[in-house]
Design a protein around this ligand. Structure first.
Ligand code: MCN
Length: 773
């Protein structure tokens, strides 16, 4: 069922087919590895096989191997970096291009071989002699916190990467002392990872004679790459040219400029010859970025009726071995967003991110979704302890529209959201009351079915480098339109939605709009894609720029037709006087006049039809959704079957409902994978055990549920009223599924269960519950 109330325009809000799909679905996309050039060399990393060790390395034989152009150790490459490595703003800790003398995780890069072919580079890497003196590895992130005997970074005093806190005050202590209900428990989330279909890759061509550094890269942020590459090489920014072709998914892993890519840039800059590096799947699984791996110990206080009075959150996450963007900075959001779409009196928190001898943590779709997982699991626990239905507990606490704007206890303000409406719509769509009856009947038959809810609000940050977004629109002399975007899509359909916004306001067909992205030489500076901002921010930038172009088109047409621009409209590429279609000019004619006949323009108007604008966003906008899922659990096999999956979401005005639903579905499937199938496992010595898709299980089309969508449209107050949607599926799915499985197993005495819900884990939980009952 799709209930799409319409803020429908002629093109905005329509289910326009994705412009990029014919190219991508017929294998005609151009990805990084499709690109080649004369004289291209190929790079391969030699990576540590041991999690923590002192090392010595001998590359003599590799340097003499066939086809090898260079073998870089850290001693060769690292001094070449200008300034510091490019890391995150919040994280402290050492990071060098290649590791020298000491390694910090399996996969840590220790040498880079550049050869005539990838095969020759890999063969030569086999000849490198590494002598490992293994040291005890720090693998368990909870143990790492207090461990000062084994330091991931011996230069530091402890294993702490980031720590922030807002301590509990007397008022909160009093709430916990006197509240009718206080529940405390620990919610855990295991290690799983973004796994883009296209792994990471980069081609770097440094031309010393012309002083040009050209980079092609699979990225989410070409302009960010440009700035970072300029910083680490010392090549002035205006001589760095970054191009991003089609990108086969990023999910956060290709935001910013990762360490390996920085090494390849430095190596190519030293060599003065083009170098390509494309990681293989094993590298992507073991050495790109990992995510989740965190726990929240939460205490919730509620009054007699279950109204939430206060909470204390102790959040701990695993930063992995190195400080990188996304490794520890998300913790504050986990804490500050913990109250989410509910009324809550007080909140205090601390968050710590610790180093371990495991792959570095990076951003993953909904990097702070732990707040939703922890809160929604804790609410179900509270409801269970109180003997209340989880839906009823949520109804008693959810923020009503009349209470907006609502200031969360963290001080963040949420507005233009509809948590109550999405909760009710989702409950209605799933047939919640009837399901409870079916569940009772199933239990009588010895079948275990359950229903799980998850409600959240999701911020789209619009501050700092994410605070503004550009768009450049050019009506070409023949009346077709080019749009240049600083951000670039890595799968989410921005070519289509951008064309829709422009077509809507310029009265043309989306096929008359070409969207150009990913080339720093022709597009305006932008932060890049992430934080579900392209709907709200890029959408607003494109809309405002389209309106500016429209205004100029109407002014020129009015001058040509001797009519007031206010009396004109544009449709099908023709500008005509309202009520008099015979009095008209084409967009092509207007464009020709703008470029070729300045004398035919209104007095004082600048020639041309080419406008570039930048939209400055408010610091935060919020979208929201409710996920509700029903499952059947086989208590003998421990398997979980998803029966129905409903998402009621509110991303404001939908530019394209097909794309919105595709984004929701993609995120949901990643959540399904995370909860039921995926787990990246290390043994106690830090050896990765899940290094292929045989061991690291991804959901396939067979495991993907048919998602049923409900839409509520609460427009943002920003231009267009669009809000973000890209990350939401991956935020709501884990708690909804976990809650449903626990709900199904309650008759067997299961009260709390942590992911991943693999069959052995489910059976173990059932056994434990039976043993303690
Ligand atoms: N959209 C819309 N109407 C709205 C809001 C958005 O039609 N009201 C459209 C947008 O125009 C865009 C898409 O929906 O085409 C997603 O927009 P948005 O929610 O703004 O998210 P972003 O484009 O900023 O994408 C980033 C977000 C994140 S952070 C990750 S991670 C992510 C994702 O979305 N990675 C993806 N979606 C992904 N989808 C694919 N296929 N591959 C990835 O790597």
């Amino acid at each position: 069922m799709t209930t799409a109330p319409a803020t429908i325009g002629r093109v905005i809000g329509q289910r326009v087919k994705r412009k990029e799909d014919p190219r991508l679905l017929t294998g005609r996309g151009r990805y990084l590895d499709d690109v080649t050039m004369p004289g291209l060399l190929h790079a391969h990393f030699l990576r540590s096989d041991v999690a923590r060790a002192n090392i010595t390395i001998d590359v003599t034989a590799a340097r003499e191997a066939e086809g090898v152009v260079a073998v870089f150790t850290g001693e060769d490459l690292n001094p070449h970096i200008k300034g510091d490595m490019h890391t995150g703003p919040a994280e402290k800790g050492p990071l060098t291009p290649l590791s020298v003398g000491y390694v910090r995780h399996v996969g840590d890069p220790i040498a880079l071989v550049v050869a005539r072919s990838r095969y020759l580079a890999e063969d030569a890497a086999d000849l490198i002699d590494v002598d490992y003196e293994p040291l005890p590895a720090v693998v368990d992130f909870e143990a790492a916190l207090g461990d000062t005997d084994h330091l991931v970074h011996p230069e530091l005093e402890d294993n702490v990467c980031v720590h922030m806190e807002v301590p509990a005050d007397d008022e909160l202590a009093e709430i916990f002392r006197t509240a009718a209900h206080v529940v405390t428990d620990t919610i855990r989330q295991h290690r799983y990872i973004p796994v883009p279909m296209e792994p990471r890759g980069i081609i770097v061509d440094w031309r010393p004679v012309t002083n040009e550094l050209e980079i092609r890269i699979s990225t989410q942020a070409p302009h960010h790459v440009r700035a970072a590459a300029a910083k680490i090489t010392g090549v002035p920014e205006h001589w760095v040219h970054v191009v991003m072709d089609d990108v086969g998914g990023g999910f956060g892993q290709k935001a910013f400029l990762p360490r390996d890519e920085q090494c390849v840039i430095l190596a190519a800059h030293l060599l003065g010859r083009p170098v390509k590096w494309v990681e293989d799947r094993r590298e992507n699984l073991t050495a790109a970025t990992h995510s989740r791996t965190e726990r929240v110990t939460a205490t919730l206080a509620a009054d007699e009726e279950g109204h939430l009075l206060g909470a204390y959150i102790d959040h701990l996450d695993d930063a992995g071995a190195y400080p990188l963007y996304g490794s520890g900075g998300a913790g504050a959001f986990v804490a500050m967003l913990f109250s989410g779409p509910y009324r809550m009196g007080k909140l205090a928190w601390k968050t710590t991110s610790v180093y371990t001898n495991t792959c570095t943590r990076g951003a993953y779709r909904g990097p702070w979704q732990m707040e939703t997982l922890a809160r929604e699991q804790m609410l179900d626990l509270l409801a269970h302890r109180m003997g209340l239905d989880p839906l009823e507990l949520r109804r008693r606490n959810v923020i009503h529209r009349s209470e907006l704007p609502y200031t969360m206890p963290s001080g963040m303000e949420v507005a233009e959201v509809s948590p109550e409406e999405t909760l009710e719509q989702a409950a209605e769509m799933i047939g919640y009351e009837q399901f409870r009856k079916d569940q009772a009947a199933a239990a009588a038959d010895g079948r275990y079915i359950g229903v799980g809810l998850a409600l959240y609000v999701e911020p789209q940050p619009g501050m700092g480098p994410m605070g503004s977004e550009p768009a450049h629109i050019r009506v070409a002399p023949e009346g077709h339109v080019d749009v240049y975007l600083g951000s670039g899509a890595h799968g989410q359909g921005i070519e289509t939605t951008t064309a829709q916004i422009v077509a809507e306001h310029l009265g043309i067909d989306p096929d008359d709009v070409a969207v150009h992205q990913g080339d720093t030489a022709s597009t305006p500076f932008a932060f890049g894609t992430g934080g579900s901002r392209s709907g709200p921010m890029l959408g607003a930038a494109v809309l405002e720029t389209s309106l500016a172009v429209r205004e100029k088109v109407l002014a020129i047409a009015g001058h040509m037709l001797e009519a007031s621009p206010d009396d004109l409209d544009i449709a099908a590429g023709v500008i005509s006087v309202a009520g008099d279609p015979t009095s008209s000019v084409t967009l092509r004619h207007v464009a020709q006049t703008a470029y070729h006949n300045p004398a035919g323009l209104p007095p004082g108007m600048e020639a041309g039809l080419d406008i570039s604008q930048r939209y400055a966003a408010p610091p935060f906008a919020f979208s929201n959704a409710c996920h509700v899922v029903t499952v059947a659990v086989d208590p003998d096999l421990g398997t979980v079957e998803i029966l129905r999956y409903v998402v009621s979401e509110d991303c404001g005005v939908m530019i394209n409902p097909n794309i919105v639903e595709g984004q929701v579905a993609g995120g949901v499937v990643q959540g399904v994978g995370g909860v039921l199938y995926e787990e990246f496992v290390y043994d106690d010595d830090g050896n990765p055990l899940t290094t292929t898709f045989l061991d690291y299980l991804l959901p396939t089309a067979c495991e993907a549920p048919d998602v049923e969508y409900g839409h509520i449209e609460t427009p943002a107050l920003t231009p267009g009223g669009f809000k973000g949607v890209g990350e939401g599926g991956a935020i709501g799915a884990p708690p909804a599924i976990v809650n449903a499985v626990i709900d199904a197993l309650r008759p067997l005495g299961v009260e709390l269960l942590n992911q991943p819900l693999t069959p052995p884990r489910v059976l173990e939980a059932i056994d434990e519950a039976r043993a303690s009952s």
